[in-house]
Write a protein that binds this ligand. Structure first.
Ligand SMILES: Nc1ncnc2c1ncn2[C@@H]1O[C@H](COP(=O)(O)OP(=O)(O)O)[C@@H](O)[C@H]1O
Ligand SMILES: [Mg+2]
Length: 257
């Protein structure tokens, strides 16, 4: 489904700050995979997602999603196939617009029609029905501005907006890191649910190793711009946070729990 072959990315080439952030990385993601990505600060996790979504072009290698070669496509063209959620709950939504306006924008992302015509009853009913699934009471607040929502509610809405246009790939970069434990659990449960959408691939960066092992079907550890460990199946089932930490000690690596 997602085939990444030999990609590399260097920042500040030729400068004193030159940094090889992604180093000849290859990764094949199957349809329906939900992969958690861990690794210490600076390992290249965010850069990997940014290379996939087109924020950065790669220096070499290729990225192919469901047969579509993304490698040279600009970010806005890739966004048709990719939903994203970041750490900052302020980043994914239009702050000063209402919940339903935000949903309408997300819903028209892949369609040629604009927002100007406003929302019709059918759309509003659809949004209300879908929002109710979040179980946060947002279906009764559709005309309220997003800025009135809590961080957890906003992140749940952002996640929902990221999948409403039926992307092939969902990229999550520490999307629960800024939330309190309750909200984080709620958003994680939603993530788990959305990740079960048929054929959707999900890549989730987290610094929480317990979460990384509990959610999804595969866990990748990044180190120095490479994949240092790729756990799935039985091997992953047997893995514990303690063993992971021991592994980090061997690598003399540092990671927050
Ligand atoms: N836009 C950028 N310009 C220069 N260096 C960058 C940029 N983005 C990331 N880097 C560097 O690339 C390396 C990997 O960063 P990043 O992918 O953000 O790591 P992680 O998300 O795993 O913490 C780091 O050394 C970081 O400083
Ligand atoms: Mg990062």
């Amino acid at each position: 489904m997602l085939i990444i072959e030999g990609i590399s990315k260097t920042f500040g080439k030729g400068s004193i700050n030159e940094k090889l952030a992604i180093d000849d990385l290859s990764l094949a993601v199957n349809k329906g995979d939900f992969i958690s990505i861990i690794g210490s600060n600076g390992a290249g996790k965010s850069t990997l997602l940014n290379c996939i979504s087109g924020v950065y072009g790669v220096d070499s290698g290729s990225i192919v999603l469901d047969g579509i070669d993304l490698t040279r496509l600009p970010e806005h063209k890739r966004s048709k196939y990719i939903g994203r959620v970041f750490q900052d709950p302020l980043r994914g939504t239009a702050f000063d617009m209402t919940i339903e306006e935000n949903l309408a924008i997300a819903n028209t992302k892949n369609k040629s029609i604009g927002l100007q015509r406003g929302l019709n009853k059918k759309e509003r009913d659809l949004f209300r029905e879908k929002l109710a699934l979040l179980d946060m009471g947002l279906e009764n607040r559709m005309k309220q501005k997003v800025k009135l929502l809590s961080g957890g509610q906003r992140q749940a809405l952002t996640l929902f907006m990221a999948v409403i246009s039926k992307p092939k790939l969902l990229l999550l970069d520490e999307h629960i890191a800024a939330l309190d434990p309750n909200a984080a659990n709620k958003v994680l449960a939603l993530t788990d649910e959305f990740s079960k959408t048929p054929d959707l691939c999900t890549l989730m960066i987290t610094h929480n190793m317990k979460v990384a092992l509990e959610y999804g079907n595969r866990t990748i550890l990044m180190k120095d711009g490479k994949i240092a460990m790729d756990l799935h199946g039985k091997e992953r089932e047997k893995m514990t946070v303690e063993k992971l930490i021991a592994q980090f000690d061997i690598d003399n690596d540092r990671m927050l729990l």
